[in-house]
Structure formats: C-alpha cells, structure tokens
Design a protein around this ligand. Structure first.
Ligand code: BG6
Length: 507
C-alpha cells in the first residue's frame, strides 16, 4: 500500500501533468537509454508514479523493428514475479519506436504528427498534451536535435520539458555557448540538466543530515574540521569508452560535476528555504567563494597495464601519446569564514583497487595527550556501494581495561532499514521532472560557477601537456598519493588498528 508520502508524490505528479504526458526518448536505441532511462521509466510505472495516460515514444536513427526495440529497452529490467510481468506487458503497451534523422525538419515533422496522433487517440484535452523530451544523446547531435524539436515538435496545448545529460561543454567558453544556444530554444524553467549523482540516496540525504541535526551544526566549520575528502573509485578502466574519455578526462567526466555537486551540498550555507531556487542559490554562492584550482594542488595519474589488465593507452581509440588523466586528486579552497584553510580533497580514478564513493570528514586532533592512542574522529558518508553513515570515534575498551579503542556509530542502511528499496538515481530524477521540481538539477549559473573553478587548470593541463603519473591497474593510484594527501594534513594512524565495519572488540 502506498504510504502517505508516496501518495503526496503521486498527487504532485498528477497536479503537474493533469494525468497525461508523452515522454519522447531521443537516442532510444543507445546504451544510456537501455541501461538507465527505460529501467527508471519502467520502475516508475511499476510503482504507480507515471500519470495514467502516459505514452513513451522512442526515437533514434537506427532502424529497429518492434522486437529489436523491445529487446533493447527490456534488457536491463528486473522482472522478478508475475506482478512484474503484468506490469511489463502494460509498460510495453505504452511504448513504441519511431526511426528518423536528427537533422531534417521532415523527420521531426513526422515525429510531431506521430505524437499528435497518439495524443488524439488517448483523448487528451488541452492542458494534458504535455511533452517531455529526454535527450539520451552524445554531445555532437545535441544542438541539432534540440533545434529540430523546438521548431517542429514543441507542443502548444500543454507544457514542454527537456531533460539533458552531461557533458555540458568542455570548459567555461563552450559551456557558456551551449547554454546560450539552448537558452534560445527552451526557457530555463523548461530545462532539466541531469547530474545523476544528485539523484543518489546518500547525496539527497546530505541536506537532512546537516540541517536537521542540531548536534552537527556547531562543529561543521574550520574550528572543528581538519579536512574533507570526497572520493570516487572504480575498479574498471575506460574499456570501450576510450574515444569519449580521451577528450574529456577524469576531471570533466566525474569531478567537475558529480564530486563538485557533493562538495556543494557538504559545504554550502543553509538555504533560505527548501524550494529549488533557494537550494541552488546556496550552491552558487558557495561556488563563487571557491578559488580556481591550482596545478600545485593537483596530482594526476594514468593507469598502466598490470595484473593481466590493459593500460589506458592499449585502447585502440586512444592515441599512443595520450596524456589524459584517468586519476586525479585535487584540493578546493573555500574563501569564506566557515571554511578558511580547510582543504576539500577530491579524488577520482578508473582502474583502481576497489569500488566506492564516499565523503570522509576528518575532525581535528583531540587537544590533550590524555589518551595517547585516540584517533581523529571521522564522519563517513558512504554513497555506494551500500549506503551507510558511520562516525569513527574513541571509546573505552569494555571490561577491566582502560585502553582506548577506535570504534564507530554505524548506520548501515541494509541493516537498519531492512525493507527499504533504494531506487536508482534516474528514477527519482525523472519523478522530479514530472513534478516540476528543479532542486536536483543543475542551474545555468551553477554550471558557469563550476566551470570557473576548473577551466584554468584544464587549459593548463592541455596547453603545457602535463604528464600524468603512471599507476598500476588495480592499485590505489599513483605512488605519490599518500605523500600528496599528507601535505594537506590528512592523518592516518597506521599504529591503531581499525577497519569499518568493526568485526570484534578486544577482550
Ligand atoms: C558517469 C561517467 O557520468 O558516471 C562514468 O561518465 C562513471 O565514467 C559514472 O563511471 C559513475 O556513475 P555511477 O552511478 O556508476 O557511480
């Protein structure tokens, strides 16, 4: 049974969409659509969040018959029981595929006619003919498609929304130009720029954690916090994506967007309200206080062959002399009173030793030497895999001993919230689009502020051909990493054994 909370969400979708929408997935035959967009749409249908009269039109250049289309869009769906099967049949009834070019008015006019016919067939009234354009497309066709849609498929009897995926340019100039071009076609209110990290459960939780807990409030500043580390590690290389990656590198791929969004939520001041504009205002204000990243605050790496795995440069689509970083660590400095002299260390890499995304807030040393093996407190937000929040602290060894033990307060979601399903990021984000909630989408001025922080560094790396340090596939990153983070005061007590989750307590 739907909880009240779910009911409220369903009602807000209904209110916004008046019970109907046509979702047009551009790039429907591609990878992103098959892996993310359709599974999210299916789950929204399965859980009752799509408006009653929804239809999904897939559009792409590939010629696909019905069977091929169905195969592509169902390949990543989880069908676990008869109910899911019934929902899948309904879902497939709601969707069809149209093939067409991306740069011809005639093709777009055909699509418009098709969408119009579907609207009439469903008996939609004025105000119900809402169109949601979902761009699951590579950047090269992005503008021609947006132009074709605006000119030929934009509806006049309902509202229109366009969902766009990164990359939003490659630097400040290209991003500004893209924003300008897109701004001539769609209003800022109609545009939803996805950063899928903003749809992740733990990222969505940051504001609640920070602003709904009084105990955290006084210590969330330079007075108590020594440093903050925001880390994204992946155990696989760029296999099959070398062509794209070489143009973008790890900084543009995941740091200027995903990690910076996490940083913004961790470091921003309390927004004036919970409405989208107040939240985005708070982020922009923070980003404007961040200094452009200095090359001397940066460590770059590129993976080489090891453990039977190939080097980045072994990829056929990557030039032999590529200097593209597949690993980077860099420090952000916020020039305001709250964060003066607190380093925010971003770390991201492909082909590393494990898979995790986490935020680690390291507190300052305890000032007295009373407890010689007391470690620094750390608050860790595990974004994935397996959402968890744990607080590392010092405790008396239970029993007759007075030894100090490093332990933790552990909120592992899978243990504590047993019956809870954590939906994929895209599910929540598409639901937000249907509810017209922009809070978890990137605003144009936010993008601009983000690029200002990274562009000088990116240009310097390209212009001066800064060589990344090699690191072995499957390792922790370049050898200099420990030395690098130490420079910013990250303390690790190798003499005090501790591992999360704590397995046992010494007797
Ligand atoms: C994408 C990047 O935006 O995010 C990928 O292009 C990266 O290179 C991915 O692997 C990480 O997302 P997630 O949700 O798998 O952590």
């Amino acid at each position: 049974m739907a909880s009240t909370d779910q009911k409220e969400l369903q009602n807000s979708v209904h209110e916004q969409m008046h019970g109907a929408v046509t979702i047009i997935v551009l790039g429907a035959s591609g990878d992103l659509a098959g892996k993310k967009t359709y599974p999210a749409l299916f789950n929204l249908h399965r859980t009752g969040f799509l408006p009653e009269k929804t239809h999904i039109v897939g559009y792409a250049r590939s010629k696909l018959d019905r069977d091929e289309y169905v195969k592509r869009i169902t390949g990543h769906l989880k069908i676990e029981n008869d109910d899911d099967k019934r929902k899948l049949d309904e879902f497939l009834e709601m969707t069809d595929y149209t093939q067409g070019k991306y740069d011809q008015d005639e093709a777009w006019q055909n699509l418009n006619k098709h969408v119009g016919d579907l609207e009439n067939k469903r008996g939609l009234e004025k105000g119900q003919k809402n169109r949601l354009f979902y761009m699951a497309l590579p950047p090269s066709v992005f503008l021609p498609v947006a132009t074709g849609l605006r000119k030929n498929v934009y509806g006049s009897e309902g509202h229109n929304r366009i969902v766009v995926e990164k990359p939003f340019g490659k630097d400040l100039e290209s991003s500004t130009e893209l924003a300008k071009d897109l701004g001539q076609l769609f209003t800022e209110d109609e545009i939803y720029r996805i950063d899928h990290y903003l749809g992740k459960e733990m990222v969505k939780n940051i504001m609640t954690l920070r602003f709904a807990n009084m105990f955290l409030s006084p210590m969330w500043c330079a007075e108590s916090i020594a440093n903050v580390q925001i880390t994204l590690k992946e155990p696989f290389g760029t296999e099959g994506r070398g062509g794209y990656f070489d143009e973008f590198n790890i900084i543009r791929d995941v740091m200027q967007n995903h990690l910076l969004q996490i940083f913004s939520l961790i470091a921003m001041e309390k927004p004036a309200g919970q409405d989208p504009e107040s939240i985005r205002d708070a982020k922009v204000k923070l980003l404007r206080h961040v200094k452009p990243i200095d090359l001397k605050d940066t460590l770059l790496g590129q993976y080489i062959a090891a453990n039977g795995k190939p080097a980045y440069k072994d990829d056929d689509t990557v030039p032999n002399d590529s200097i593209c970083p597949t690993f980077a660590s860099m420090v952000l400095w916020v020039d305001n009173d709250r964060w003066r002299k607190v380093p925010f260390i971003l770390k991201a890499g492909k082909a590393l030793d494990n898979q995790k995304v986490e935020v680690r807030v390291q507190f300052k040393d305890v000032p007295s030497g009373l407890f010689h093996n007391a470690v620094r407190n750390e608050l860790v937000l595990r974004v994935q895999p397996g959402e968890a929040i744990y607080f590392k602290f010092n405790n008396k060894n239970p029993g007759l001993s007075y030894r100090t033990l490093t332990t933790d307060l552990d909120l592992t979601y899978a243990d504590r919230y047993k019956d809870m399903r954590v939906p994929d990021a895209y599910e929540g984000l598409i639901l937000d689009v249907l509810r017209s909630d922009h809070s978890n989408f990137v605003r144009d001025d936010e993008l601009d502020a983000a690029w200002r922080i990274f562009t000088p560094l990116l240009h310097k790396i390209d212009r001066d051909r800064i060589e990344p340090k090699p690191y072995a596939y499957g390792s922790r990153g370049p050898e200099d990493l420990d030395e690098f983070v130490k420079r910013y005061g990250v303390a690790r007590r190798a003499d005090v054994p501790y591992e999360w989750p704590v397995q046992s307590v010494a007797k």
